[in-house]
Design a binder for this molecule. Structure first.
Ligand SMILES: *Cc1c(COP(=O)(O)O)cnc(C)c1O
Length: 447
């Protein structure tokens, strides 16, 4: 009895400490922070970080075996797992329609296809993104126009979009990078003013919300990825969500060889181009199982990320990415922050990453300057592009493409933790912060 009471008291005092830490500001324990960093021979802050990925169990196994035994392995049948997943994903995101496709890249590709974007057209995108955002534009021989980054949020700088619009601009393709919303209100206002559709690259942003409404619902359509590292995973896979019935039908047709959902007839999808971008029943089965875990995982990531931000904001030289005020939920596919070496006795970012790794905390330096890589700049010499746009326009394009000073700087300061690091207990966040504090306190010696 005595034991029980004291244990209960202990738990409730822990609870109080926890509540206080959320309401006020959590404090790093001084003693741990002063310990010797692992890179200098001290003990590790964390023996293991986060969780393994993917997280799965009997649900996935049974679901998959049921598909095998049913003999229905593709979507062109009645009562498919794909149709069930589309219904569930539309409900989860608050969209009227969801269309499952074979990848996130193909979700973007189908949206551009539905708009019939092609040679001579321009599409606006940010440089701080995965290369797929760029690739789908170039696959259509349209011109990818980069708009610089807002260093505080890592997102496209909406204030710089209007200057990049020309009469040839046919779509805005901003990205919810890291799974946190870009400034949707600001981009949407420009989209409406110029009557240019906004397509959301929400490939990292499952269940993220802006003012309580799911991302991907704000523009004409939104694209999601279910590639193996993403927060919702079927190995490969993707989806489009849209509240515009005509646009949804066009996307369906594009992903189904130019046919409509209800008819196998060519051209019945009201477009003039198409491909096979269909998803399989195996993937949809896995997605249905994984989707049942997503909401809880998203809540865990958000709670841990909010707590981690409070801790990291107290360490000089560590600047967590800002969320725009309209953000009511992030997907936290990535926990993004900037590192200021000046506050760490000039320790290089790479050295800091090594010191963190020695503590058992693995950080990535994130995207490079994709708009300055040969792969992208080489477009100025691509014979098809020269034929379509002419030498003068392609030279102009190259000059403009290289003018992203804020993004250039960001790529030298950025660091990421991946989403699986946010799925463990809150004490993991304390350990991450302690590891960074230790390194900060011994920066001179490590640098
Ligand atoms: C993953 C990703 C894509 C592409 O998705 P895939 O499923 O890998 O084809 C597109 N854009 C962004 C921002 C992504 O992170």
């Amino acid at each position: 009895m005595e034991k029980k009471t004291s244990r209960r008291r202990f738990i409730s005092s822990l609870g109080l400490a926890g509540a206080g830490a959320v309401a006020g500001v959590p404090v790093l324990m001084r003693s741990t922070a002063n310990a010797t960093p692992a890179i200098l021979g001290g003990s590790k802050a964390m023996p293991a970080i986060g969780t393994s990925w993917p997280i799965f169990g009997q649900l996935e196994e049974t679901g998959l075996m049921n598909v095998v035994k049913s003999g229905v392995w593709g979507r062109l049948a009645d009562n498919t797992r794909t149709a069930a997943f589309e219904k569930a994903y539309a409900a989860a995101t608050g969209a009227k329609n969801a269309l499952a496709v074979s990848s996130g890249t193909n979700a973007l590709f189908a949206m551009l296809g539905a708009l019939d974007i092609g040679p001579g057209d321009e599409v606006i995108l940010p440089p701080y993104t995965f290369i797929a955002t760029y690739n789908v534009i170039v696959l259509n021989y349209a011109l990818p126009v980069f708009v610089d980054t807002d260093i505080e949020s890592f997102q496209i700088d909406a204030r710089k979009i209007e200057a990049a619009i020309t009469p040839a601009t046919k779509a805005l393709l901003p990205v919810h990078i890291g799974g946190s919303p870009f400034d949707i209100d600001a981009v949407l206002q420009i989209s409406k003013k110029h009557n240019i559709p906004m397509l959301e690259d929400a490939c990292q942003a499952h269940l993220a919300e802006w003012k309580g409404k799911g991302v991907g619902n704000w523009g004409l359509g939104g694209a999601f990825s279910f590639q193996a590292t993403k927060n919702l995973n079927s190995g490969e896979g993707g989806a489009i969500i849209s509240n515009d019935e005509t646009f949804y039908q066009k996307c369906y047709s594009f992903h189904h060889q130019g046919q409509s959902a209800n008819s196998a007839g060519l051209g019945t999808g009201s477009g003039t181009r198409g491909s096979n971008l269909r998803i399989s029943e195996f993937q949809s089965s896995i997605l249905l199982s994984q989707l049942s875990r997503l909401k809880q995982q998203t809540e865990t990531r958000n709670a841990n990320a909010a707590y981690l931000t409070q801790l990291l904001s107290q360490i000089p030289g560590i600047i967590p990415a800002k969320l725009y005020p309209g953000t009511t939920r992030s997907a936290y596919h990535l926990y993004m922050f900037r590192y200021d070496s000046k506050a760490f006795a000039g320790m290089s970012r790479e050295k800091f990453v090594d010191a963190l790794a020695a503590e058992g905390v693995f950080a990535s330096t994130g995207y490079g300057m994709i708009n300055k890589e040969d792969y992208v700049t080489g477009l100025a010499k691509n014979p098809h592009y020269l034929k379509i746009y002419g030498e003068k326009r392609m030279q102009q394009w190259l000059d403009q493409t290289l003018q992203t000073p804020v993004n250039d700087r960001l790529t030298t300061e950025a660091l990421w933790f991946t989403q699986t690091m946010l799925l463990g207990p809150r004490s993991d966040m304390d350990k991450i912060a302690q590891a960074i504090r230790k390194i900060h306190n011994h920066a001179k010696k490590i640098a």
